[in-house]
Design a protein around this ligand. Sequence first.
Ligand code: PRX
Length: 653
Amino acid sequence: MTDANHQHLESALDEQRTFAPNPAFSAKAHIKSMADYKAMVARAERDPEDYWSEHARNLLQWSRPWKQVLDWQPPSAKWFVGGELNVSVNCLDRHLESVRRDKTAILFEGEPGDRRSLTYAELHAEVCKLANVLATLGVAKGDRVAIYMPMIPEAAVAMLACARIGATHSVVFGGFSADALRDRINDAGAKLVVTADGGYRRGTIVPLKANVDAAVAQTPSIENVLVVRRTGHNVAMQSGRDHWYHDVMASASGTHKAPSIESEHPLFILYTSGTTGKPKGIVHSTAGYLLNCVLTTKLVFDMKESDVYWCTADVGWVTGHSYVVYGPLALGATVVMYEGAPNHPEPDRFWEIIARYRVSIFYTAPTAIRAFVKWGDQWPQKHDLSSLRLLGTVGEPINPEAWMWYHRVIGGERCPIVDTWWQTETGGIMCAPLPGATTTKPGSCTLPLPGVALEVVDKHGHPVPFGKGGLLIVRRPWPSMLRTIWGDHERMKQTYFSDIPGDVYFTGDGARRDADGYFWVMGRVDDVLNVAGHRLGTMEIESALVSHPSVAEAAVVGRPDELKGTGIVAFVSLKKGADVSDTLKDDLKKHVTKEIGAIARPDDVRFTDALPKTRSGKIMRRLLRELASSGEIKGDTTTLEDFAALEKLRDED
Ligand code: PRX
């Protein structure tokens, strides 16, 4: 953490619009009113362990009951100690005894337009076969398996098969390079990789197998590589090491007796970036993790038996783990999975998919929403989106103007929007509206879920008054919290449990609560600028810029400034039809001054066609900061999605 002195963090975003739940929606929702929500919160506060146990009993199928709900030796938490269950049984086998047996589990659409669906019975058979294959290839409980796949059903099958036998999976996003894959395999000491020959992205083939070949040339722990045939293009197969998935699956048995697995067994490792260069392998547990996935999927998405649910995240990110695979499947939901880009072949691909499958719940990221805004209303307007009943966002603060567009153009002003705050480390959603109960405000993730002790504090751990900015922490352990950083428990302690006293978990985010107690996440604290002694969230200035009619997207960074400490540089991409000019630059500066105040007025506005982003869609402010301060980029660009965007900006220097 760069600077923990955030007790005077100033917040200038003053969003006044509110949206109360529609009574017809509330009447049918799992949580129907604010009174119900408050009763749940009070019950959880009275006895948190009892609260979580009740849900654990009701929502999960156990093979052995736990002896102790929580063993908390800060920073190490163990939940449901002594209990045992199998995650794959919870996601699959238990549905086979009901009508869900023949219910569609996965509705898959490939980027080229191929379609496939799997019922729960079919998905179960696939997972059993792969569990048998993995065991034959020498993968045992506790071994690590790397999964490097396109967004195809086999990615979920691989995760569930690992879970079934107690192998800890490490999904590496298919957009990562061979080097990134190699480092992650080596850090985890994975024994086997599940991959595909390739995947489709914007009409081209992502050469997954070739990347695996380059990576495993330098990973001594890998013994076998399983390859799904997806694209059919020619790939090298090394005899003895590489196996075609369809070959080994053809002879595998479709029955498999799932072992009983301890609550605290590591279900998966997922690598995420920290402030240092080395990615952190966040480790999640079996029972506590699954519990929060199921509970939040049910309450936040108000999931019902008849819903068709689509979370657009890739399984390479935590959202794909918790809200494509584990949460929805454990609830027996029908999940849409789409392989490719939202603008392939045209910018209406998502809306076409929603209309085709009659999607009722749609969960995506603000960065995608801003792209949709930029592409124009005509694309969603071509399609029938009347099946939608609930919308969600995750990944970064959503600018109120993007929220309003989502509400109006996609939600037809009828769908509640759940802005869900959480992190790789939290495993599941922590702060979000309950759609039948909570009045929403554009840009706020509203209120913590029951049982989640979220607070805004100063660097000493003291709560700050409503209206003041501070540091976002979680006061008590929760079931789906990270258990450790793989191979480096000390780093886990340093990163999350050392900046703020009191054995509290520090999220790394800055936030404030408004007069109603609503949470407004202002972004990472290292994205907070100190301008002439005033602290401003970069996101707030960005929101102001995005509320200008010409702006599609904006990223704000600081650069050293002799007089003010930090100067503000805004990188801005414009909507179609808007023209780059000095007048517009001045206009934007004035606009920010008007929206927030002179303190937030950008010193420099720079126009760009596209902002440099990670493959998960996060703007790489670090690169922009370097560019803004020194005019060059020396840092690591391996996670950059589109290098050309950056090159262009550099050329303009
Ligand atoms: O800064 C917060 C932001 O994303 C961070 C977590 O990123 P990651 O671990 O990649 O997980 C993303 C998906 C859960 C948080 O520390 N963030 C995530 N959701 C929101 C958000 N910021 C504001 N509002 C959100 N809804």
